[in-house]
Design a protein around this ligand. Structure first.
Ligand code: ATP
Length: 302
């Protein structure tokens, strides 16, 4: 008998170009079954391109893509039947009413749960008679979420789910839904520019920069292994410090603030005598991202 993979997603050496633009290059990622996986990267990093490969909308030009152990291009029905997808541009048919969207989507999924769908509609305060084209951006995101969630997919793919939602809905509804899906042993993959939100919700994080994976680790491990340390040279030295694991360094003269990955004691040893440690703190995910890719994520907000 085939063994079911522990990974819902297995991407190996994925490469994709759009004419001269390299969207993904040598990209490998495994997403374990169960839990919340955050995909972070600036505009154009390659997040949506990756998600479209998982949906079988793009065929791998290089490398392989497996979802539930299957090739999404070869076996679209089996793969798509287990996925709930909220697209970045919320491309829902504008002429449909909310209740029609619910009926229409239900027809595609044998596991559609009408009671859950109705509960979500009420929580999202969506008028069943409203035409989708008349909905606000936030309401459209909620309608898209409802359609993605109500068949209780094994893999929920959310491309920028927070975009257009106000902070209360993000914190109290979206985060709660994402956690519930994960607590039921299912998997959520969501892309986001909002690193504080990813930090709050995700169990595991992958950072993409210019089509390449720069970091993939459990959130706890990322938090435990990254440090922000402020030092002062007491020996008259003023050169910018440098040691293995250092990701960024800011300051001048005898005082520097360093973000690094590794062990604090090992870092102190590398820096040698003649320094005073002023502060060691845990950096935010945003600071870690900036330290790794050299710039801040552009926040696309209303
Ligand atoms: P964003 O956060 O802005 O949505 P992203 O990380 O999802 O960005 P992608 O949409 O995957 O990034 O785009 C990766 C790169 O590929 C970008 O440079 C983008 O311009 C390019 N690209 C994506 N889709 C196409 C396409 N259909 N035709 C041409 N170029 C494309």
């Amino acid at each position: 008998m085939d063994t079911v993979s522990d990974y819902v997603v297995e991407v190996e050496g994925l490469g994709r170009r759009f004419k001269r633009t390299v969207a993904l290059e040598g990209f490998s990622l495994k997403i374990p079954r169960g839990g919340v996986f955050g995909l972070v990267g600036e505009n154009g990093a390659g997040k949506t391109t990756l998600i479209k490969h998982l949906l079988g909308l793009y065929k791998a030009e290089q490398g392989t893509v497996r979802v539930f152990g299957l090739d999404p291009v070869q076996e679209p029905e089996k793969v798509l039947g287990g996925i709930g997808y909220l697209s970045e541009d919320r491309d829902l048919p504008g002429w449909m009413k909310v209740k029609e969207l619910m009926r229409y989507t239900a027809a595609f999924y044998p596991k559609w749960d009408p009671e859950y769908a109705e509960k979500l509609r009420q929580v999202f305060e969506l008028d069943p008679k409203a035409k989708l084209r008349t909905l606000s951006r936030g309401q459209l995101a909620k309608a898209g979420l409802l359609a993605a969630l109500a068949h209780r997919p094994d893999l929920l793919l959310l491309d920028e789910p927070s975009s257009g939602l106000d902070p209360v809905v993000r914190r109290e509804i979206l985060s709660a839904i994402i956690r519930t899906v994960a607590d039921e042993g299912r998997t959520v993959l969501f892309s986001s520019h909002l690193l504080d939100e990813v930090e709050r919700v995700a169990d595991r994080v992958a950072m993409i920069h210019q089509g390449k994976l720069v970091l993939d680790a459990p959130m706890e491990e990322i938090k435990d292994t990254h440090h922000r340390m402020t030092i002062r040279y007491t020996n008259g030295q003023t050169a910018k410090p440098d040691f293995p694991g250092m990701l960024s360094c800011q300051g001048r003269g005898n005082e520097w603030t360093i973000v690094f990955q590794g062990n604090v004691n090992a870092a102190k040893e590398h820096l040698g005598n003649g320094i005073e440690i002023l502060q060691v703190e845990s950096p935010s995910l945003e600071e870690i991202f900036v330290a790794r890719v050299g710039r801040s994520i552009s926040i696309e907000e209303d």
